[in-house]
Ligand binder design. Structure first.
Ligand code: ADE
Ligand code: ZN
Length: 324
């Protein structure tokens, strides 16, 4: 089964590029940019990665991003991730970035997008990995700040396929960003949102109804609303599930308790993704292996996760057929 999983072609749809910052690169960039970080070694950084919930992770994740200053830093970060994709047989990836984490520190929006996109373009040319970029609004910040960020994104419309919503889910329901998403969709962006990760099932409905999203990121708390589960199955609304993340952030007590296989068998379009792999202990292959070790799954079911991800991806029908 291990070999099957390693060889299985994969598609990633839920990956925060800032969440791929490995402690070694964090140290290298801190030195290069003369930024103080409160750790003595990469090992000490790893030891700090014990989280009790989403917020305890976010605090450390935003702090880590402080070492990213120059276009080259965003390139190096993204290129390191793409090399992992190559090793894990990821043939297509749709990655999130959090511009507000950087513009709040005085980094230009264009610096961030420029570095990430240059790596993605090189990934297509040299590694044959196709990709899309999705801008996430930080939901703990205001609607006005999200709207201002959307304005900054408009000149880069051809380099960013969609918008998403991440950060602290509790206390920040999707409805807070209904007008921002309306404007983004009017401008031609596709839409996704984190919902039903730490927040209740009603946030999934909120994301569908108020934000007009085409995928739900996480969505595992849909099981609290059986009618919603039926609707998600009937409409084949994709859920980009992140198994190792959910266990690390205590959404589930352990991998055996995770509901991803149950949701797959109920006919939902669930996919496996790595979320913030540098912080949660693994990339795509590691996530597949963790699910297969904790659950009895067939090869066909494992392959179905990839088929679901192809179906849920934002590529053309032609490209989908080529990947399937
Ligand atoms: N930002 C990065 N990872 C996230 C997650 N799992 N949930 C919400 N916001 C995030
Ligand atoms: Zn996420």
């Amino acid at each position: 089964m291990h070999d099957f999983i390693r060889q299985l072609p994969k598609v990633e749809l839920h990956l925060h590029i800032e969440g791929t910052l490995e402690p070694e690169l964090m140290f290298e960039l801190a030195q290069r940019n003369r930024i103080d970080i409160p750790f003595a070694s990469p090992r000490e950084v790893r030891e700090a990665y014990r989280f009790s919930n989403l917020q305890s992770f976010l605090d450390i994740y935003y702090q880590g991003a402080n070492v990213l200053i120059h276009e080259q830093d965003f390139f190096d970060l993204t290129w390191a991730y793409l090399l992992r994709c190559r090793d894990d047989r990821v043939m297509h990836t749709e990655i999130f970035f959090d511009p507000q984490t950087h513009t709040a520190r005085g980094i230009d929006f264009a610096t961030v997008v420029g570095g990430i996109r240059r790596a993605l373009d090189q990934g297509q040319a040299e590694l044959g990995i196709s990709s899309h970029l999705i801008l996430c609004f930080l939901r703990h910040l205001s609607e006005a700040e999200a709207m201002a960020t959307l304005e900054q994104a408009l000149p880069h419309r051809d380099r960013i396929i969609g918008v998403g919503l991440d950060s602290s889910e509790r206390g920040h329901p999707p409805e807070k960003f209904a007008r921002v998403f309306r404007r983004a969709r009017d401008a031609g962006f596709l839409a996704v949102a984190h919902a039903g990760e730490e927040g209740p099932a009603r946030n999934i409905r909120g994301a569908l109804e108020a934000l007009g999203v085409q995928r739900i990121d996480h969505g595992v708390r849909c099981v609290e609303d059986p009618a919603l589960v039926r609707e998600l199955a009937q409409t084949r609304m994709p859920l980009t599930v992140c198994p190792l993340s959910n266990v690390k952030l205590k959404v589930f007590e352990n991998m055996q308790a995770h509901n991803i296989v149950e949701l797959l068998r109920q006919g939902l379009c669930v996919t496996i993704n790595s979320d913030d792999p540098a912080y949660f202990g693994g990339y795509m292959t590691d996530n597949f292996l963790a699910v297969a070790e904790a659950h009895t799954v067939t090869r066909q079911e494992l392959a179905q996760f990839t088929l679901n991800a192809i179906e849920a991806s934002f590529v053309s029908e032609e490209h989908k057929q080529a990947m399937a």
